[in-house]
Design a protein around this ligand. Structure first.
Ligand code: ZN
Length: 120
């Protein structure tokens, strides 16, 4: 989260994805003046892992601070959920921090009726 590049929103996000082999890849949000090229911390972490040959994941943890510097829960956006869906199963664990409390969700919980490659 400390490496967040978020000069426009001030919303700092950190993510760490755990592969099934036990490797951890970290990511942070990277904003852009044109807004659309902005990429979320979750997708940075997953992209780093995939680019290093890891395509099977067990869990991801996400933490964030708003522009006031307050810790807030950052639930993955729809695009990140779909990227998780590409590489992860229904039981993929998502850990979100809210006011010092860790909450656990599954991919099936946060993305029901997901669009999957098996239908193509
Ligand atoms: Zn996202």
């Amino acid at each position: 989260m400390e490496n967040s590049y978020s000069p426009y929103s001030g919303f700092q996000v950190g993510a760490a994805v755990l592969t099934k082999e036990g490797s951890i890849f970290k990511g942070t949000n990277i904003e852009n003046a044109a807004y659309s090229p902005t990429i979320c911390a979750e997708r940075v972490a997953i992209a780093k892992a995939v680019s290093e040959g890891h395509k099977e994941f067990a869990a991801i943890a996400v933490t964030a601070k708003n522009s006031e510097g307050e810790e807030v829960m950052a639930s993955p956006c729809g695009v990140c959920r779909q990227v998780m869906s590409e590489f992860c199963q229904d039981d993929f664990q998502i850990f979100l921090e809210e006011k010092g409390e860790i909450k656990e969700y599954s991919l099936a919980q946060i993305l029901p009726l997901r669009f999957v490659k098996e239908v193509l």
